[in-house]
Design a protein around this ligand. Structure first.
Ligand code: FMN
Length: 451
């Protein structure tokens, strides 16, 4: 990726960010479990030259299952299957550092990186949903501080595991019969607050050395984690001012860690609803809005996410910035996302109904509705204003909007020179213009004794 172009990742979340899009007349309610549905989407994305396909993570079923999907397929498994049906596109599942262990996760991603010739990536979260704890034998969801301390140690362990084999560790000399050189394969001997890991992995260094690490979470602790380890930050941004300030912040933090600010890519999430023209976009927007549960059913959940009492406002009452608590709502799924609501209200008061409509009903990312030109203009304008290095594009109704974005919006972006025309050569890391980290050689000891 040259610095005068942006990257694009596609979310496969199905049926879409309108979770009840399964209700539309021509939708198959079970498509979110169907391999053919996902392979079709991934191939469309690959034909358009998209950098990576992405899947979020929900390690607990939520009450929203009554009206639509709640989570769904495990992202790693889904994208490993897609890997076999594609050749160039990157694979970016979300994983939890709170509810997985570093050795097994490092092994799975290094394996995926080999098997896909350098297309593996992982989006690291600390998990926003407290209900996950009960599924993993944990008495209570750890607080943010503890989650991020664990995330730091987790990333230190996996990156050291990935780099524990020196170049040349596999000799494969048919004449002498020597295959591996144990003196070049090192233990990591990690002992920390959360993990004890001897290492090394049984898997040699993979094509990218480090699969691409993305991080989602925007409290200062999350941004510090990203500044230290991440190649990509997946962020939510509802106003240009908020997105630009967050991007500047992460770049400054990366510099403070001795990194080149351009070595960390700020990937801004947005939800698109692509009309064939403005009229079609409006019609589909109305159709999708009609699938949402009545706003009265979600008022108390939205107010609680904002840290307000359940009966503080009705759907059409106007909320101003000063109505929100001054301290961030520590119980919010993500403080980053909570701060976005503050940023929207800072630009003008809104009713609860308008706030919900702004994010396709689920309070996460910004929704953009319009013709292909309008959506291309939106991306170009945000990028030119320094709000992003690229975009994680999510879809109102993924079955329809992913195809339309790939076939109607991407050609406009290519025409304008904003997005590559062909896949550049190399691994996903090369394509995103990310440096290959150097091997850490200090403090190693021999892990495997020569026979
Ligand atoms: C853009 C974005 C995407 C996220 N995606 C997920 C996800 O897929 N699964 C999940 O459990 N948490 C997700 N989170 C929340 C993270 O788990 C996050 O690490 C945690 O809640 C703290 O977020 P915060 O640092 O913004 O407060 C996301 C957060 C952001 C900002």
């Amino acid at each position: 990726m040259s610095s005068d172009q942006f990257h694009l990742n596609f979310s496969l979340m199905s049926p879409g960010h309108y979770r009840a899009a399964w209700r539309l007349a021509d939708a198959d309610p079970h498509a979110y479990l169907d391999v053919e549905h996902y392979v079709r989407l991934a191939k469309l994305a690959e034909e358009a030259g998209i950098d990576a396909v992405f899947q979020g993570d929900s390690p607990a079923l939520g009450p929203e299952i009554a009206a639509g999907t709640s989570g769904g397929l495990d992202g790693f498994t889904l994208l490993a299957v897609i890997a076999g049906a594609t050749e160039r596109i990157g694979l970016l599942p979300t994983v939890s550092t709170t509810y997985s262990t570093p050795y097994s996760l490092a092994r799975r991603f290094q394996s995926l990186d080999h098997l896909t010739k350098g297309r593996a990536a992982l989006n690291v979260v600390t998990t926003g949903n407290p209900a996950a704890a009960a599924n993993f034998g944990v008495s209570a969801h750890p607080d943010r501080d503890a989650r991020y301390r664990r995330a730091h140690e987790f990333l230190e362990v996996i990156t050291r595991l990935w780099e524990a084999w020196e170049p040349g560790a596999i000799i494969a000399d048919k004449a002498t019969g020597q295959f591996g050189d144990p003196s070049r394969i090192h233990a990591i001997d990690h002992h920390g607050e959360f993990f004890d890991v001897a290492g090394p992995l049984p898997v040699p260094t993979s094509p990218q050395v480090r699969p691409v690490i993305s991080q989602a979470g925007e409290t200062p602790a999350g941004l510090e984690l990203a500044a230290r380890y991440a190649d990509v930050v997946f962020a939510a941004g509802h106003t240009v001012a908020k997105a630009r300030a967050s991007r500047d912040d992460i770049r400054a933090r990366a510099r403070a860690h001795g990194r080149d600010a351009d070595s960390i890519k700020y990937s801004l999430g947005l939800i698109v609803l692509v009309g064939t023209d403005e009229e079609d976009a409006r019609r589909r927007h109305d159709e999708l809005n009609a699938t949402l549960p009545p706003i009265e059913h979600i008022v108390s959940a939205v107010l609680s996410a904002l840290g307000l009492p359940a009966d503080a406002f009705g759907p059409d009452d106007v909320i101003r910035l000063q109505d929100l608590p001054t301290e961030p709502n520590l119980n919010a799924f993500s403080i980053g996302m909570y701060n976005n609501t503050r940023a929207v209200l800072a630009e003008g008061a809104r009713t609860l109904r308008e706030l919900v409509a702004h994010t396709a009903g689920i309070g996460t990312h910004r929704l953009v509705v319009g013709s292909p030109e309008r959506i291309a203009d939106d991306l170009e304008s945000w990028w030119r204003q320094g709000a992003a290095d690229g975009f994680t594009v999510m879809f109102a109704d993924t079955r329809v909007d992913l195809e339309r974005f790939a076939t109607l919006v991407v050609p406009i972006l290519k025409e304008r020179g904003l997005f590559h025309r062909e896949y550049p050569e190399g691994t996903l890391r090369d394509r995103l213009g990310l440096p290959v980290p150097g091997l850490q050689s200090a403090g190693r000891r021999l892990a495997v004794s020569p026979a």
